[in-house]
Ligand binder design. Structure first.
Ligand SMILES: NC(=O)c1ccc[n+]([C@@H]2O[C@H](COP(=O)([O-])OP(=O)(O)OC[C@H]3O[C@@H](n4cnc5c(N)ncnc54)[C@H](O)[C@@H]3O)[C@@H](O)[C@H]2O)c1
Length: 259
């Protein structure tokens, strides 16, 4: 019962796909009403919201670019008006690395990833925490970062910088919001089979060429990440704040080996 989310209201960004969609289903199965924030994939968002409703909970889908300040404010207003003020926020919206080296990267590319993966988390978390602080209610923020917040890749400057920033933002907010009883934690996934890893999802041989480098010899499933989000948002995780839980099958343990 310590994992129950009865009477809780969750807002999940990127809830139309991959890890976010798994979080919507898992949080609703644990008892939360869930708002799914999507940007492109309206069908994915509606499917996720309908999966939440199958658990007898409210499930709504709202379009919002998390990097747009006005859009974020409007989305939170709509969630409050339709299902109530969220007390769980999962920031899963994100874009992958460009693969472009710094010397070849233009400002637009840099800003595209930083705006979504880092500024988006700032904008949603700020509004979420302001609302809870004024209402004197506790809550939980769970940020989906990446092992690339601390294990860098050439060609990933936009993503590694954004995810490193998101990681530091997580820890800073944990300090700032502790007195309001709002916990702030991160989950750092390694290779998870979602549309972000489309080629690995579709091509078994390509997938095997990558998973042979993972100590557990497989990629993770979005549902496995969602279970960690549930733990952090539930009473079971109530004394955890400012922490990162890595979920990567041991991949990041290999940093520094081989040379
Ligand atoms: N899949 C992995 O291997 C992996 C590994 C480490 C970290 N992550 C992180 O997990 C999170 C979820 O990724 P995923 O694997 O589910 O990928 P995904 O592509 O399935 O989902 C990403 C989601 O972000 C949303 N999004 C993109 N730009 C947006 C914007 N401007 N406003 C609102 N929403 C926006 C998309 O609509 C999509 O729903 C991301 O932050 C990603 O960086 C994923």
């Amino acid at each position: 019962m310590s994992h129950t989310l009865d009477n809780r209201i969750a807002l999940v960004t990127g809830g139309d796909s991959g890890i976010g969609a798994a979080c919507v289903a898992t949080l609703a199965a644990a008892g939360a009403h869930v708002a799914t924030i999507f940007y492109h994939d309206e069908k994915g968002a509606k499917d996720a919201a309908s999966a939440a409703r199958k658990h007898g909970r409210e499930g709504i889908a709202i379009q919002c670019d998390v990097g747009d300040e006005d859009a974020v404010e409007k989305a939170f207003d709509e969630v409050r008006d339709r299902i109530g003020m969220p007390d769980i926020l999962v920031n899963s919206a994100g874009l992958n690395m460009s693969g472009v080296k710094v010397t070849d990267m233009d400002l637009k590319q840099w800003e595209r990833v930083v705006r979504t993966d880092l500024t988006g988390t700032f904008l949603t978390s700020r509004r979420f925490a302001r609302d809870l602080r004024s209402a004197e209610k506790p809550g939980a923020i769970v940020n989906i970062t990446s092992i690339h917040a601390f294990a860098m890749r050439a060609g990933g400057a936009d993503y590694c910088a954004a995810k490193g920033g998101q990681q530091n933002l997580t820890e800073t907010m944990a300090l700032e919001l502790a007195d309001a009883k709002i916990t702030v934690n991160a989950i750092a996934p390694g290779m998870i089979l979602t549309p972000m890893n489309e080629e690995a999802v579709e091509d078994k041989d390509y997938r095997a060429s990558l998973t042979k480098n993972i100590p557990l010899l497989r990629a993770g499933r979005p549902e496995e990440v969602a279970e960690v989000a549930l733990f952090l948002a539930s009473p079971a995780g109530s004394y955890i704040t400012g922490t990162t839980i890595t979920i990567d099958g041991g991949l990041s343990l290999l940093v520094g080996q081989g040379a």
